[in-house]
Design a binder for this molecule. Structure first.
Ligand code: ZN
Ligand code: ZN
Length: 302
């Protein structure tokens, strides 16, 4: 009925899908970046260097850094053309082929996003809040999969860590995107951009194809700390969940519609949404440190 990951077969794998290295403006080599995430317990990582002429259009092959329970996905942050307010586009593409062509001359953001989709990549609008991306911008990208809702480096760079407003606004207009938390790690000395946001993906196995397929199907959730062990939405609009200890559960719908539950160190919760009118909801779990886990937007039909 829903695209929630919890009822899918397989197991959860933790990953970061937005990372830079010395192949563009990051401060650590691809090998060091892979080692860091592997040692932090991540199962997969995408190094997504800036796909620009001045960096030689890097698409780093990191397959030599795979280890036990750790793989990498090929990716890049794509740049081309200008957004509505004249900013250079930032588009995240994970699962790109090694021969993905450099920007064609005069290529727009929507055009390079289309090429990435056609090449089989998982494509996301990067950090909307960070550079004031608008609704028309996101819609112009066509059938991309996701929108970043947490972008770690933005916190200390310009105080724009969170972009949930864009996913919410899109859902209210009937447009479906999944919601992605990432570090956008550069390993800068003064920007705390490590371990700020990640995804847990439910997949049959730890292979690029299985992880990419699960991402495209929305079989994942995002977090800055808490873990969601189970989350079910029943036809009677009842929500049931199990999780690491949290103090707040908030179910958010269209407009101002919401229900919430508050407690101390809850590891399970049930909420009723009997008078719920919104065609969708999303669920936030927040712990006593202020860290959150978020479901993707859950649509009740279609
Ligand atoms: Zn960016
Ligand atoms: Zn980036």
């Amino acid at each position: 009925m829903h695209t929630l990951p919890f009822g899918q077969s397989g197991r959860f794998f933790r990953g970061n899908l937005h990372t830079h290295s010395t192949r563009s403006d990051g401060r650590r080599s691809p090998e060091e970046v892979c080692r860091f995430y592997r040692e932090m317990g991540y199962h997969f990582l995408a190094i997504t260097d800036h796909f620009m002429e001045r960096f030689g259009y890097p698409l780093t092959d990191t397959s030599t850094f795979w280890g036990e329970d750790f793989i990498t996905l090929a990716g890049a942050e794509l740049h081309a053309g200008r957004t509505e307010i004249g900013e250079l586009w930032h588009i995240l593409a994970v699962g790109l082929p090694g021969d993905f062509a450099p920007n064609l001359s005069g290529e727009t953001g929507p055009q390079i996003a289309r090429r990435a989709l056609d090449a089989g990549a998982f494509v996301a609008a990067a950090h909307p809040a960070w550079y004031n991306l608008g609704e028309a911008d996101v819609l112009s990208l066509g059938a991309i999969h996701a929108i970043e809702i947490i972008n770690g480096i933005s916190a200390d760079h310009n105080d724009r860590l969170e972009s949930w407003y864009m996913v919410d606004r899109m859902a209210a207009l009937g447009n479906r995107y999944s919601a992605l938390a990432t570090d956008d790690a550069h390993f800068h000395e003064h920007h705390a951009d490590l371990l700020r946001g990640w995804v847990w993906v439910k997949a049959e196995e730890l292979t690029p194809a299985a992880i990419l397929g699960a991402l495209m199907a929305g079989h994942y959730y995002s977090t800055t700390g808490p873990q969601i062990l189970d989350l079910q939405v029943f036809p009677s609009n009842r929500i049931s969940l199990r999780c690491s200890p949290i103090d707040h559960v908030v179910v958010t719908g269209k407009g101002a519609e919401a229900v919430s539950l508050h407690g101390n160190g809850m590891i399970s919760a049930e909420l009723s949404m009997r008078r719920w009118n919104s065609p969708y909801c999303r669920v936030t779990l927040r712990d006593r440190h202020g860290e959150s886990a978020w479901s993707n937007v859950i649509w009740f039909e279609g």
